[in-house]
Design a protein around this ligand. Structure first.
Ligand code: ARG
Length: 406
């Protein structure tokens, strides 16, 4: 008796995978697993209904808290990839892990997903799964399935896929972002219609939002303390009403394909903006600039679905070390779709009004005149370099750089 655990959404791809895993791959039994990272309720209903119609043993694993933790890790890392806050990318390893754990508990022999061979998700799932002893199966990729083939196959087998159920767009939603792709949106020259957006209203109106952090972790919005999942969900609704958090990007996938993607992520935008503003106040110049490189690396790895890599622990070691002082409140103004920091406050501010002010003199034994020596040295090397270059005796180079005598 062999069993395979399938990442199951109830959509066309994963629905056709159920009979294929038995017929083409020879498994005796298939169990469907849906991992909850904050998809809309309708997706769970669709999965449950489709599973029931297929006679599929279906499990739902709640990973919302674990996922929210990872999102807060992304806040500490100020993480975005080509402008997008990585919602889909961060969710995949969490989903893969949830499925693997259940598969092991249930004594499965293999794990399977319905991803195509063109996207990022196959790589993200398998980066987690291939660390186990279980077989990894990707029917859509391995059998070279096309959408049309799947539709015909489903019709022929009378599989429970409702025509039109898939909608015009392909949507991937979790608490961190809502990604919309496919159909006409694939054309980079196509201007998306307003109705691709569900979380964000047509940008208008304005308000300010206070976000309070403790050691880099968001703990309250407008003074009200909330647990991670609740805080993110409430902020999505609140800031979304002001049209905040839309991105329309040309995204370079891991396999090199350039694709057009649209995202909505109001909470992510507010939290990332507020966190950055607070860091700007409390970190030193050197910490801020060095951290940029760390953040870039963290974001790239996260995009690749490698949040469980040892490198991430090392990067987070640095990040966490910097977050001890990221405690305080930042205020952002959300206005007609924009979100910008307008105030920040922390007991750890690396800021002295006395020192920075034009109106005070002689603080910490330093007076204005002390800067004269610094001003004499500043730019010395650059001035010298320019002089050397401008010197008349310098031999003229031919355009090909080979010298003057040819
Ligand atoms: N391109 C994005 C990523 O790789 C997300 C794709 C989301 N999928 C969707 N069907 N909209 O992270």
């Amino acid at each position: 008796m062999t069993t395979v655990a399938l990442a199951f959404s109830g959509g066309l791809d994963t629905t056709v995978c159920v009979p294929l895993l038995k017929e083409e791959y020879g498994y005796d039994d298939v169990i469907g697993v849906t991992v909850d990272v904050g998809q809309p309720a309708s997706e769970f209903e669709e999965a449950a209904d489709t599973a029931a119609a297929l006679g599929l043993d279906h499990h739902v694993v709640d990973a919302k808290d674990e996922f929210a933790e990872l999102c807060y890790g992304a806040v500490k890392a100020n993480a975005t990839y080509q402008g997008y806050p990585l919602g889909t990318a961060l969710a995949r390893p969490v989903i893969a892990d949830g499925i693997l754990e259940l598969a092991l508990e249930e004594g499965c022999d293999a794990v399977a997903h319905g991803c195509t061979g063109k996207g990022n998700d196959q790589l993200r799932f398998e980066a987690v799964w291939r660390g186990s002893e279980l077989d990894v199966i990707a029917p859509v990729r391995e059998l070279g399935l096309t959408r049309q083939w799947e539709i015909d196959y489903a019709a022929e087998r009378d599989l429970p896929v409702e025509a039109g159920n898939e909608g015009v767009w392909s949507i991937d939603q979790n608490i961190w972002s809502r990604a919309v792709e496919g159909g006409q949106l694939e054309a980079p020259s196509y201007v998306p219609p307003e109705d691709i957006y569900e979380w964000t209203a047509e940008p208008e109106g304005e308000t300010t939002i206070d976000v309070t952090f403790e050691e880099g972790v968001p703990v309250a919005v407008d003074g009200e303390s909330m647990a991670p999942v609740e805080l993110i969900e409430q902020l999505n609704e609140y800031a979304g009403a002001f049209g905040v958090g839309r991105t329309d990007v040309m995204e370079d996938r891991m396999l090199g394909l350039k694709v057009r993607e649209n995202y909505e992520h109001p909470a992510a935008t507010v939290l990332l903006t507020a966190h950055q503003a607070l860091e700007d106040l409390v970190l030193t110049k050197q910490e801020r600039s060095f951290k940029k490189g760390i953040e870039q690396e963290w974001s790239e790895k996260a995009y690749e679905g490698l949040v469980f890599a040892p490198l991430m622990d090392a990067l987070e070691g640095f990040i966490d070390e910097t977050q001890d002082v990221v405690t305080g409140t930042a205020t952002v103004r959300v206005h007609a779709g924009s979100c910008r920091a307008v105030a920040r406050d922390s007991e750890y501010a690396v800021y002295s009004e006395e020192m920075a002010s034009f109106n005070t003199e002689d603080v910490a034994g330093i007076e204005q005149a002390d800067a004269t020596g610094v001003a004499k040295y500043h730019g010395l090397q650059e001035r010298l370099a320019n002089e050397v270059e401008a010197a008349p005796e310098k031999p003229e180079l031919a355009p090909d750089g080979s010298g003057t005598d040819q």
